[in-house]
Structures are given as structure tokens and as C-alpha cells.
Design a protein around this ligand. Structure first.
Ligand code: GYE
Length: 349
């Protein structure tokens, strides 16, 4: 359902005031006097309509198209029509900023907090405070290393299984090409260091790669889940490893792969079904489907960003006094250049 314009303003005002507060805490704006800063950070909480459930949502940032789809899903689910006041905070790819935002939401006495954490570590203290204040926290998408007793539940993908599925596809493809015994050089573009999506996918990939004596990793480097870094890191890899055979590029999300493809094109390296380099990535964005149809991307392991509905359900259950399961996995598939055409019309992100 499309949002009505007036609702947009209801988001923008509280979000903007919270954003201003955070901006000053981080000390990167115009210098403020102590008084001004205090006023901005701890001004009285807005008077929310008692009939609505107030939810603070702390997002990672805007690093990828997956993220935009995830943000939009929350904005379209946590609406007044569904009974919510939503405070959306963009973490701007800065985990300190995310933690400060969570403290701010506790001070504002919101009813629930949903966090998509950038990295797993550093959340203990703020989660302890939320628990002490009686504010349930839902961790969504990536996980946290803090004790699960500190938050209501976690909702997201099985990242390790995604990594295993990517490598299993490679195994069957090489067998099918009669290349099962060939030496295979693999480049991995990793997501953000410390992020559970990167940790889990790398773990799954490594488990399968190390089970093959003839597969070896040429290099595995972080490109932070962004398209720009995917391109830059791949460009450097192609220079640094010009003498190595690169048979496969595995990118821990589609956007880094889109960047890596540009780098390969500039370097005159062919990739995809008819090229020299096998291309594998994660997320299964609409653009990935288009590239799979063209045979440029060979497989994208799905990671479903549309999880706001599950968060909504959890909050409804908690509101009704029901207990909720500690872990909620999202259902996911593996899409390839061979089956992309039959699924592209159903894609929602
Ligand atoms: O794969 C990537 C995003 O945490 C699952 O983060 C998410 C990952 C997703 O930026 O594109």
C-alpha cells in the first residue's frame, strides 16, 4: 500500500528532531554551548497519542539497495493506520551513532525499540538499560553478541547457511562443467567487518571452500557492502593479483558485485556464463535478476529484507501479553542465471 503524503510529515518531524539531537551528541556540527546541547538532547519527549504504540527503529544507514528495501518496508508497515508512531533513525553507517540513538529512545520512553545493528559488539550496556526501563528491544537483520536475555527476540536470515548455499552452487556448477578437479582460484569481497551478515556468510563459505583441496582463496577483502568500495577494492585486487588465476568472484552482497563487475570490465576481464570469471553474490535484488537474465551474474543467494511484518507481529504478540520465540528466521531461496526469468516478475525489491 502506498503511503499518504500527510503521514510522511508525521515521520519527518520527530525523525528530524531526533536527528538534530544525535548530530549534536556526535560533536560534528556547529559548536554548541553546553546549555544548548543539553536542551537539544533532552528536551521533553513529544506528546504521542496514547492510542498509538511508539516504536523507535534504529537503522544501519543506506549502504545498499537491500537496506533501502528494508527501510521502506519498515516505513510502510509501522504506520498510523497500523496503530504506530514510528521514530526512524538513520545510523549513517556509524555504530556509535546507533548506540547513542538507542539511549535517546530509552530517554524518550518509547514503547519498543527495533535495532538493525551495524556490528555485533558494543550493545550490552544500552540493552541492559532498555531492559531495566522495561522497553522490549527487537534485534532485526544482523545480530548482536550481547546475551539474548537482554532483548525480546532476533528476526533475520541464516547467514551461514546462505554462505554454504553459495559454495554448494559453485560445487555443482563446476561438476556440471567437468571442472570438478580443476584448480580454482576464488576472490571474496566481504561485507562490513564485525557485521553478522559478513561473519556468517564468510564462515559458511570457508567451511565449504576448505572441504575442497583444489579450491584456494586468492584474496578475501572487506568492501563494506557498498557498490563504490566493491569497485575500488576489486580494481586494486586486479592490480595486486594480476599474475594469479581468478576463476570465481564471490561478493557478500549484490551491490559490491555490481561495482566489481565495473572493475572487471575496465580491466578487460570477461565474466558470467560466457566469460572467464564465475560471479556469485547475495541478496537477490531486482537488478541482480536482470543481470542473471543477461548471464552476467550467475547466482544470487536470496536474503530477504522484507521483515518488518515479522517485527509488527512480534510487537502485536507482546502487546497481547503472549511470549515470543527468541529466534525468527526468514525463508529464502537461491536464484541462478538459469531460473531468474521465471521469478523476476514476482520480485518485490
Ligand atoms: O546483504 C547487504 C546489506 O545485513 C543482510 O546488509 C544485511 C546485509 C545485506 O547492506 O546488502
Amino acid at each position: 500500500m502506498k503511503r499518504k503524503t500527510p503521514d510522511t510529515f508525521r515521520y519527518i518531524l520527530p525523525v528530524f528532531s531526533l536527528f538534530c539531537g544525535l548530530f549534536c551528541v556526535s560533536g560534528c556540527g556547529t559548536p554548541q554551548t553546553e546549555m544548548q546541547t543539553k536542551e537539544l538532547i533532552r528536551s521533553a519527549a513529544p506528546a504521542y497519542d496514547e492510542n498509538f504504540v511508539t516504536v523507535g527503529f534504529v537503522q544501519t544507514g543506506k549502504e545498499s539497495d537491500w537496506r533501502d528495501a528494508n527501510t521502506n518496508d519498515y516505513l510502510h508497515t509501522f504506520t498510523e493506520a497500523n496503530g504506530y508512531n514510528l521514530l526512524y533513525i538513520d545510523g549513517n553507517s556509524n555504530s556509535d551513532r546507533q548506540i547513542k540513538a538507542a539511549y535517546d529512545l530509552i530517554a524518550q520512553k518509547v514503547d519498543y525499540i527495533i535495532i538493525d545493528p551495524i556490528v555485533e559488539d558494543g550493545w550490552e550496556d544500552v540493552l541492559k538499560l532498555a531492559k531495566a526501563e522495561g522497553i522490549p528491544v527487537i534485534i532485526a537483520d544482523r545480530g548482536v553478541s550481547a546475551d539474548p536475555s537482554l532483548y525480546a527476540c532476533w528476526i533475520g536470515s541464516d547467514f551461514k547457511t546462505e554462505g554454504i548455499n553459495a559454495a554448494k552452487w559453485l560445487d555443482s556448477y563446476l561438476e556440471q562443467q567437468n571442472r570438478g578437479n580443476e584448480d580454482i582460484g576464488i576472490v571474496i569481497l566481504e561485507g562490513t567487518e564485525g557485521a553478522s551478515a559478513a561473519i556468517g556468510r564468510t564462515e559458511g563459505l570457508m567451511e565449504e571452500i576448505s572441504a575442497h583441496d583444489n579450491w584456494h582463496i586468492v584474496t578475501s577483502q572487506c568492501a563494506n557492502f557498498t557498490q563504490g568500495e566493491g569497485k575500488n577494492v576489486m580494481e586494486q585486487i586486479l592490480k595486486d593479483y594480476a599474475d594469479s588465476d581468478i576463476d570465481v568472484v564471490i561478493s557478500e552482497n549484490d551491490n559490491m558485485m555490481f561495482g566489481a563487475m565495473k572493475a572487471m570490465e575496465h580491466a578487460g576481464i570477461s565474466y558470467g556464463v560466457d566469460g572467464d570469471v564465475i560471479t556469485i553474490s547475495f541478496d537477490a535484488l531486482y537488478e541482480a535478476f536482470e543481470l542473471m537474465q543477461e548471464g552476467k551474474l550467475m547466482v544470487s543467494v536470496e536474503c530477504n529484507p522484507l521483515i518488518a511484518g515479522l517485527s509488527h507481529q512480534v510487537i502485536q504478540d507482546l502487546e497481547a501479553g503472549k511470549s515470543v520465540a527468541p529466534i525468527h528466521y526468514v525463508e529464502e531461496s537461491v536464484f541462478t542465471y538459469e531460473n531468474a526469468s521465471s521469478h523476476i516478475s514476482d520480485r518485490k525489491y
